[in-house]
Design a protein around this ligand. Sequence first.
Ligand code: AMP
Length: 285
Amino acid sequence: MRTVEVIRTIAAVREWHRAAGDVGLVPTMGALHGGHRGLAERAAREGTAIASIFVNPTQFGPNEDYRTYPRAESADLELLAAAGCAAVFVPTVEEMYPPGDDTRVVPGDVASRLEGAARPGHFAGVCTVVAKLFGIVRPARAYFSHKDFQQLRVIQTMVRDLAMGIRVVPFEIVREPDGLARSSRNAYLTPDERRRAVALSRGLFAARDEWARGTRDAARLRATVRVVASDAGTPEYVSVADPVTLREIDGHAERAVVSLACRVGRARLIDNVLLGMSLEELARL
Ligand code: AMP
């Protein structure tokens, strides 16, 4: 059986890194599922892989689910070992934010809309913890799925702007057989909510089908998503935005990320489809 080395301190990661050479990092918040597994397998295929598990308090708002976010360390370690990760960094909050911690990485315009507008401070928390993980692990590559599309763009932009010299590798969205994007927060859904939640991906797929039939009008794509997704609830937003800037598109779209956020019961779910642009093109930004 494969095993994964569990590392809990920054000093021990540095020690591990000395022998490991070039590594790929997979940052996660744990409660791992098939999406994380795909991401970790990809990283392991491309070299020595280290994952991190850290529920980062600075990226949660005061009324969000930091305290109740699902935690499942032993199952997570098994999944990461099976995926081929060599090591996993599992720090405490005190290790990451010791007394006196006083610096935040604040992203710019690309973080201002959508999730950034809905969750003030969220992306500053994400950038701060990811920059810190990068400083600790010093990876050659870092793996992020476009499930969190804006997060991926915010991190690509941070890596470019701060000249971090890390290759950010975008990864696909792993879905349940019915289309629902895998998410640790799906665990909050009751059976009835789980049945309704599939309307979110159905709405996005309906827009993707319209795109395939030639529709390029952003308003029409938004309307299609709204109609189909309404079976799950009323989305907080339905967006048809430029995949590079995340600015809403008016009129004709050459390429687009169609995204939504919707509360289904206790879970706030997000999902998206990327149209007219490949992950390879996204990787080259
Ligand atoms: P999280 O644990 O939610 O912070 O996510 C850690 C990483 O896993 C991020 O890069 C996410 O985008 C990615 N991820 C989350 N859900 C999925 C999914 N359904 N498919 C692929 N990757 C995912």
